[in-house]
Design a protein around this ligand. Structure first.
Ligand code: SF4
Length: 219
């Protein structure tokens, strides 16, 4: 990996290009209120946002609030989410999470990492999505795309998401954390795919060392 200053300079340039290509990138999950985002985030683990967006309208009209979901039974919820991977575990977690919020946090989704990760179904990645999108906090979401792109772009050598998050905190300015991670997620879906990334057509190609990409100097 190159020097911290080199990585910071490259990060600044990647940020400039993310803004030029994607504007102010948001997340692709569709939601109308905090409760809906909470449920969508739990459902989206190891699933696509597109699939989650397809099933949530019916789910939210049947269970319209945290309180309604807290009172649900697993067998009532499962028919609405059956098309999503790991649906049994997710049904259990969604109900337990909503119960936890009602019983321990007065029905309000916590606004800090320590409390969020005590809730079933909420890990550090999901908590960062909630803190950024519900409370406007600067957070870095390390999903599979951010993990892959951070390594290819030479911002980290780690594979552990928490270690990657700390490496990225070091090179990205704090007020860019949410924009950068949302931008890399979009770029990973559209350009820098896991298999056969489109380096030829990539907007970052002249600043990307392409670490680990087959056939590149960085690989
Ligand atoms: S140049 Fe290639 S490896 Fe680097 S970000 Fe673009 S697509 Fe990914």
């Amino acid at each position: 990996m190159d020097s911290l200053n080199g990585r910071r300079a490259r990060a600044r340039e990647v940020l400039r290009r993310i803004k030029a290509v994607y504007g102010d990138p948001g997340i692709e999950l569709v939601y109308a209120n905090p409760y809906q985002l909470l449920v969508a985030v739990i459902l989206s683990a190891q699933s696509t946002d597109k699939k989650v967006n397809e099933i949530t309208p019916n789910l939210f009209s049947r269970f319209p609030s945290i309180e309604a979901m807290a009172g649900a039974r697993e067998e009532d919820l499962i028919p609405y989410i059956r098309e999503i991977g790991l649906y049994r575990a997710k049904a259990r977690n969604i109900i337990a999470c909503c119960r936890g919020i009602v019983e321990r946090f007065g029905g309000r989704i916590p606004d800090n990492m320590d409390d969020l990760v005590t809730l079933p179904g909420i890990g550090r990645k999901s908590a960062n999505v909630l803190l950024a999108n519900l409370y406007g906090q600067d957070t870095i979401t390390v999903d599979t795309h951010v993990r892959r792109l951070s390594r290819r772009l030479g911002f980290t050598e780690h594979t552990d998401p928490t270690k990657i998050e700390y490496d990225l905190m070091e090179v990205w300015p704090k007020d860019s954390w949410t924009t950068m991670s949302n931008g890399l997620i979009l770029h990973g879906r559209r350009r820098c795919k896991a298999r056969r990334p489109d380096c030829e057509g990539c907007e970052f190609r002249d600043v990307c060392p392409k670490i680990g990409v087959e056939g590149s100097d960085g690989g």
